[in-house]
Write a protein that binds this ligand. Sequence first.
Ligand code: ADP
Length: 651
Amino acid sequence: MHTKETKVFQAETKQVLDLMVHSVYTNKEIFLREIISNASDAIDKIRFKSLTDLELLEGDSDFQIFIEVDEGAKTLSITDNGIGMTYDDVVDNIGTIAKSGTKNFLAMLKEQESGSGEMDLIGQFGVGFYSSFMVAEKVELITKAPGEEHGVRWESAGDGSYTIENVEKEKRGTTITLTIREEFTDTDKPEENYLNRYTIQNLVRKYSDYIRYPIKMNFYQEITPKDDEGNPIEGASPEIEVNTRTMNSMVPLWARNKKDITSEEYFQFFKNQFHDWNEPAEIIHVKAEGIVEYTALLYIPSKAPYDFYSREYNKGIKLYSRHVFIMEDCKDLLPDHLKFVRGLVDSPDFSLNISREILQHGKQLKIIGKNLEKEIMKTLQNMLQDDRKKYEEFWEEFGKAIKGGIYMDYKNKEKLQDLLLFPSSRATEGMTTLAEYVSRMPDNQQEIYYVSGKDRASVERLPQMELLLEKGIEVLYFFDKIDEFVIDSVHEYTEKKFKSVSRGDLNLDEDTDETKEEEDTKEGKKDSEKLLEAIKENLQGKVTDVRLSNRLKSSAVCLVSSDSGISLTMEQILREANQPMGKATRILEINPTHEIYETLQKLYNTDASSSIFKDYCELLFEQASLIEGFDLENPVEFATRIANLMVAAQK
Ligand code: ADP
């Protein structure tokens, strides 16, 4: 038995509390939704547990949430007969925010400049309970877990500390009592008076109507006693009639008829269930009858949650059986590349008291998963076709997940390749699909060109791009680190291979023939071969080959890699990700039409072993590396070479 103790909040918890207490957030009324949602979750939990251990219920299976208003004490209390909490649970769940999400929550709040959007983050980060401090000067929580000997009382005024002690409590469950701040009791605006029963009723209907358990409240009415004929009895003091009302309709949204549901209702439900305050991009509501019977309500969000691309992100679909909750995040229902989809599936085929492991491997689940995947794919394809802007916004947020699907498993390629979007040299504003790119390819273009880089400006500055841009050959732009790896998996699209502008031979035939012809005179060819060989020798260990380029226009040199093996971009990415996989082959290409070529030839002919020729070779390689965004191995030597050159130029 713990006696009363005062404890201080963990530093981060205190920060969150301070934010709530001093909140300028206008939508303070959501505190009620948060508390009710916790109560409903707590009932879900006991209900689920009791399926395998009936004793737990201790005879009380009349699940409900009860709200009481006490005008005299200025309190609003919410009671549930859910799973309750043990002493340690309270310390863990309420006294500290152990969740890593909280840190991100605080970081993001600090980041946000405008006050308006700040609290949109509340539910998303699981700080729901603390939102009660937006309207309460004091919060008391009394709770008892089934089978525990004592209850627990926790209290805080939202300052730095809280008290906690064991107390006697007969029944399991939790009561949260808010002492409402004066500004929300003494107000001219009834919708902000949280001791007004009608206000509370409206809030329940607005935010918590779908909650599966009755949310009840007593309404009182003064009745003047009447005589047998129905006339008021004069002088008799009025009687109070108590009316217990269930305020929510309880029918889960997904069980209702699609055509009777407004988009506002779908949106509210989404907010409530998935703590996402942005209107979803798509809603998929399907009922299936046949081999398997189920109803699914799925949402494609419009914004990726803050942790979407981290390990912490919890993917999964909620499972219900005949409206009864069975499982929070069923991970196996949908493939990883659709992990952005939120939603639920309700199927009478899910047996209630089956273990989660068996359920997750069940046949029904597989069939349902496959069907839903098809629905989602269809929705995405339609979005791409019918509402390009919306699809591009979706792609911004979740495109990486789709790309990941192809990269992780090439078998997904057929399914997913038509959903891919890339910026390109042609589409300066929007993006292009592979099909659109191919449809624009001139007949003599055999391959789909791409280039990797940081952004449009930096790839368009690349020497390798100059000629392609001039010829008007469309090039896909890969700004995402994963892009090259994805395209490696796609390998070819409608029999057209992908070709990096920085790899192998570009096959830019006809136009360059002129320069080739000039070079191809026997003598000339021999000369250039010797020169290239000499440069290669000077760059031993740094490049695997030195050759004349047909992809350069005004630039002197560029670095490319061979057609096989990893590319230069891949090498950089893997090294940054601390997974070095060796080096890409480096081929130095020299522009034979650039003046530097003549200079090199002169130097070579004068004295191939001179230090100046050697320096020039190094400098060519170093500048080509810099253009590709590589760090120089020895920047000091590079600088010395440049300095020497500057001095020589002025002599
Ligand atoms: P969230 O609900 O997002 O996890 P909260 O801050 O609202 O975050 O609640 C923290 C935790 O406290 C909950 O996860 C739950 O374990 C516990 N809790 C809150 N309210 C109740 C309740 N009425 N009954 C049982 N546990 C509760």
